[in-house]
Write a protein that binds this ligand. Structure first.
Ligand code: SAH
Length: 504
């Protein structure tokens, strides 16, 4: 059976600007064909098993020619695959989306289009420039500044200037002086405000302000490079006042998030929304132990326990999955009381319609153990990872509370991209890494290599046990006031944004 192609706009760079529909298409893709302008955080959404075809490797100078891309889309669809063609910004705006659909249409391959947030509007917006404003302008014109094969620019500057509208040039870095000269020669007031925004909506965004007469000169002096967008018009005068993105508290701060992939999303997203340059390196993975005869046995005699203690959202998932495998649901837990180590675990229980009867004030194994030792009269069932913290069982032992410590998942330290992580560290940057458990520290260290000198790394740690583990490896630590994501984000904010070293 013939497959299909979805042409998806990835937005201008900030992964938050991918549309919901685009994200869904990507998550369901079997083949993803993508361009140079699509950023790493969006590429990270591609399913692990999907075939990934990079047709935009610019640096190596072997971009796949357009006919080649058209052919790949056709061939993969004819193989019966669900293909996503992912393009920067909006697929139709200077994106050759139309050309790519022609062959598919001719050959009867079904296709759909998911428009994207275009850089032409979003990049100025992140630079504080509203492309229209009733007090300044009533039209917007988007022009390509790309000249075909060394030929002069084919732009009707007079017509553009006559509109009095905001002029937005894409692909115009190399031809910027010709654009400025053309506009001024066509009658544009040389003092018209003009700005260029480089790598817009990303942590590397930079805006340079000048006038129609001076923009090219100033951009060259500031070494502005592609991708960049230049804007001409009185709305540019607002850029300084509305410069919200550059003022975000974590702008310029690179933060490594080491949470397991399935849980990284919220922390990474929140840090990104605060302006941080987030690098996601899941250094641990939780793998459920399946089958898990110990858990199955414990579930059969659940009535014998007074408390059931859970120490992570992964533990809750393992429990619910085991019940499901047995053809049961949460009702099988009967009247056993539920203890959760912290807010995240309690939240995961809640997602399954279960309320935690006890959550310690301080979210760690020691306090959970102490709290249970105070409350429990009968037997406690602990469902947690292999090699869980001994502080929990020590507290129960101290209180002479009987318990069963059942291991339902294991934590694997592995990172297929560990080379990249090490490279980042070796560049000598003062790196900030978030650690949400002692095992993320162990995973991070295992991933980089035990022999590495970690003294240039600052670990923002969720709690004292995590910080203790980080300290063992020479990582400088700051500890969140409470063991939850809000406090961890606040801790990172407290460190502020250092000036970014040159060349990064
Ligand atoms: N289809 C895309 C545009 C493709 S043409 C869209 O709708 O956004 C490529 C040009 O887009 C680049 O040369 C640059 O001018 C602009 N561009 C794309 N992403 C950009 C970004 N993050 N910052 C600045 N300019 C960008």
């Amino acid at each position: 059976m013939v497959g299909s192609v979805i042409l998806v706009g990835a937005g201008p760079g900030d992964p938050g600007l991918l549309t919901l529909k685009g994200r869904r298409a990507l998550e369901e893709a079997q083949v993803v064909v993508y361009d140079a302008l699509v950023g790493a955080p969006i590429l990270a959404l591609m399913p692990e098993g999907a075939e990934k075809i990079d047709v935009g490797k610019r640096a190596a100078r072997h971009t796949v020619p357009q006919e080649g891309i058209n052919q790949i889309l056709l061939d993969k669809a004819l193989e019966g695959k669900r293909v996503v063609r992912l393009k920067g910004g909006d697929p139709f705006l200077f994106g050759r989306g139309g050309e790519e659909l022609e062959l598919l249409e001719e050959r009867g391959v079904p296709f759909e289009v998911v428009p994207g947030v275009t850089s032409a509007i979003a990049v100025p917006a992140y630079g504080g420039i509203p492309v229209t404003h009733r007090d300044f302008t009533s039209s917007l014109h988007i022009i390509t500044g790309h000249a075909r094969d060394g030929k002069p620019l084919d732009i009707d500057f007079e017509a553009l200037v006559r509109t009095g509208g905001t002029l937005v040039f894409l692909m115009g870095v190399t031809s910027l002086s010709a654009i400025c000269a053309g506009l001024v020669a066509a009658g544009m007031d040389p003092d018209t405000p003009a700005s260029i925004v480089e790598q817009g909506t990303t942590p590397m965004q930079r805006r340079v302000d000048a006038t129609a007469a001076t923009l090219a000169e100033k951009a060259a002096a500031e070494r502005v490079g592609a991708p960049a967008i230049s804007v001409f018009g009185s709305v540019c005068a607002l850029g300084e006042r509305f410069d919200w993105f550059d003022r975000l508290p974590l702008k310029g701060r690179r933060v490594v998030v080491t949470r397991p992939r399935e849980r990284a999303g919220t922390l990474a997203g929140r840090l990104r929304d605060l302006g941080a340059d987030v690098v996601e390196y899941p250094c641990i993975e939780t793998v459920p132990i399946v089958p898990c005869p110990d858990m199955a046995r414990a579930m059969e005699r659940i009535g014998a326990y007074e408390w059931l203690a859970l120490t992570s959202p992964a533990g809750v998932s393992a429990l619910m999955d085991e019940l499901d495998r047995q053809g049961k649901d949460a009702r099988a837990l009967g009247s056993v009381k539920l203890a959760a180590i912290g807010g995240g675990t309690a939240g995961e229980l809640k997602a399954h319609g279960l309320r935690a009867d006890y959550v310690p004030e301080v979210y760690d194994a020691e306090h959970l153990g102490a709290g249970l030792a105070e409350r429990a009269r009968g037997r406690v069932l602990i469902l947690r990872a292999e090699l869980g913290s001994p502080a929990l069982t020590a507290a129960l032992d101290g209180g002479k509370i009987p318990y069963d410590d059942v291991h339902t998942y294991r934590t694997v330290y592995e990172n297929p991209r560990s080379g990249e992580l090490r490279e980042l560290l070796e560049r000598g940057e003062d790196l900030l890494v978030t650690f949400t458990s002692a095992s993320t520290v162990k995973g991070f260290v295992a991933s980089v290599g035990e022999d590495f000198d970690f003294s240039g790394v600052t670990g923002a740690c969720i709690g004292v046990q995590t910080a203790g583990e980080a300290g063992k490896h020479g990582i400088r630590t700051v500890v969140a006031e409470r063991a939850d994501m809000d406090a961890l984000v606040e801790t990172v904010m407290g460190l502020g944004a250092p000036p970014r070293p040159a060349g990064i």
